[in-house]
Ligand binder design. Structure first.
Ligand code: ZN
Length: 81
């Protein structure tokens, strides 16, 4: 569980499960690899993500974290439209 204060000031928190803050992103290649595995447990599926993304519900900014985790986002995207 963690907090991340968005640049707009909104305090995001991933402590509720499920939540609408945190997204797990898989590349097409990773999805192919996962689909080849038999009977993959749900928790193992989480560990195979390529990126972890937090979306601010107030302004729509996306905070993209690397597959290696960490507390500093690799990229921050602001909604244009
Ligand atoms: Zn925001």
């Amino acid at each position: 569980m963690a907090h991340l204060v968005c640049r707009c000031g909104y305090d995001m928190w991933n402590g509720e499960s499920p939540n609408d803050i945190e997204f797990w992103v898989y590349s097409d290649k990773t999805m192919d690899e996962i689909s080849m595995e038999d009977n993959i447990p749900f928790l193992s599926l989480h560990s195979k993500h390529d990126h972890n993304v937090w979306r601010c519900p107030k302004c729509g900014r996306l905070y993209v974290f690397s597959e290696n985790g960490g507390t500093v986002p690799e990229h921050i995207y602001r909604l244009e439209e």
